[in-house]
Structure formats: C-alpha cells, structure tokens
Design a protein around this ligand. Structure first.
Ligand code: MN
Length: 254
C-alpha cells in the first residue's frame, strides 16, 4: 500500500510525524505538507505565485516534501507531479484540534482529504480533538481505518472525517459512525493597536454550548467515542430545486 500523508499544521507538526512513524510498517509513505502552519486555509489553492517543493529529511524510509502552499496544493502537486506512482489513499492529519460539524468548511485538514477524494483516491482526515496532544491513540485508530478502507473501499467524492477524543486508547468508549453535527460560534475580534497607531483585529471564536444528538460527531466525542463521518461535498439543496423551478425564472423579454 502507498499512502500520501498531508496536513494543514505544517510539515514540522508532531501529528504528521507520529502518523508517518506509526504507518510506515504497513505502507510505503510519501509526505507532502505545507512548510508552515496553514490551518483554516479551507480548500484554497495557489494560482498567482510559484509553488516550490523541497525535499525534507524526516526518516530515511520516507519520502517527504514541504510545499510553500496550501493543503489542497500539496495534494494536487503530489498527485500530478511528486508521486511516481499514485497513492492508494490520502490521509490528512493528525490535526491538533477538532474538525467537527461545519468547521470542516474552514478546515485545511478536511479539505486535503476532500481533494484526494475529488481526484478519485480514498481519503481520511484525522483530528485529535483537544489537549493533551498525545497522538498514540489517534495513530492506532488511523491504522485500523486505513486497513478497513483499503479492504472495503469508499464511494467516489467521499472521505472519512475522523475525530478522536484526547484520552489513551484504553479509555476510549468505542467508535461511532456519525453525521456532521452543529458547532456554533460567537465570533470574537479582539481589537488592538499596532506600534504605528493603526487598529487591527485578532480573530478568534468562542464555541457556544449546544445540545448535540448522539448520532453526530459532536455528540460522539462528548461521549468519549471516536467519531467517523462519511463526508461528501454536494452542496445542492435538492429539496429547493422544485421550488426554484416554480419561480419560472426567465430572461427579461423571453
Ligand atoms: Mn490544523
């Protein structure tokens, strides 16, 4: 098996190092990751400046490149140029922090997996929900899911979005198959003034407490269970198609 590992926390992040070290005995590994922290870069790609790939020495057994681009750039460049043979799977992570509910719209971790899936390669995004960032249990879960995905496959344009509670493997309450939940935030912008006297804003967000049903990713993680959500990017609101047809939209004069 040939695995392409990618992340959005940057090639030096401990999560991708732990993943590479923990999977190299079951697969040939290629790592292609951003040269720096690119969390919350969503599915952005770089079009107006050159992309450069630099070989990095992570482990003698692993081919690794750092890219001056986004997570989606990494997957695109890896599949089109850097991988001599196509990978059997794209694994994105292990992210330091949760990617649940509609957070996946902003997530570079999820988007890297989505890019693999859009290019016809089974993909898994893995996030360790919170501190302490000890990746051992997440690596073990990822191995299990990679082997299961290899055996069973995934339908087109679909990836698995996985969130692991921050406890030892033996303390996990199980694995739940879930749907995306809701994570609502109160947007916060801390106002500051720079040394030249100009205003600036530091964006953050405060998670609002919310009831989440047990069949969601948020609910599963709250119950100390690993959440596995099949995600497909299909934004069409099917239910509204008939309503819009009833608007009888016409160009003026038609
Ligand atoms: Mn991240």
């Amino acid at each position: 098996m040939h695995l392409l590992l990618v992340n959005d926390d940057g090639i030096q992040a401990p999560g991708i190092g732990a993943l590479a070290a923990g999977l190299k005995d079951i697969a040939r590994i290629t790592v292609v990751a951003p040269e720096r922290q690119r969390s919350a870069s969503s599915h952005a790609i770089t079009l107006h400046k050159p992309l450069r790939a630099r070989t990095v020495e992570l482990d003698p057994a692993i081919t690794a490149y750092e890219i001056n681009g986004t997570p989606a750039d990494c997957v695109k460049l890896a599949l089109a140029v850097l991988c001599r043979t196509p990978p059997d799977m794209v694994i994105s992570g292990i992210n330091a922090g949760a990617n649940m509910g509609l957070d996946i719209l902003y997530s570079g971790t999820a988007s890297a997996a989505a890019e693999g899936a859009l290019q016809g390669i089974p993909a898994i995004a893995v996030s360790l929900v919170d501190e302490p960032f000890d990746y051992a249990a997440s690596v073990r879960i990822t191995r299990l899911l990679a082997e299961k995905t290899k055996a069973c496959g995934l339908p087109g344009h679909t990836f698995l979005n996985v969130n692991v509670p921050p406890v030892d493997y033996g303390k996990l309450a199980g694995i739940a198959v879930t749907r995306l939940g809701v994570r609502a935030y109160r947007n916060t912008f801390e106002h500051r003034v720079d040394p030249l006297g100009r205003d600036y804003y530091w964006q953050a967000g405060e998670i609002l407490p919310e009831e989440s049903s047990a069949d969601t990713d948020v609910g599963a993680v709250a119950a100390n269970r690993v959440s596995v959500t099949p995600v497909r990017f299909d934004f069409t609101n099917e239910a509204l198609l008939a309503t819009l047809h009833a608007w009888t939209l016409r160009l003026e004069g038609d």
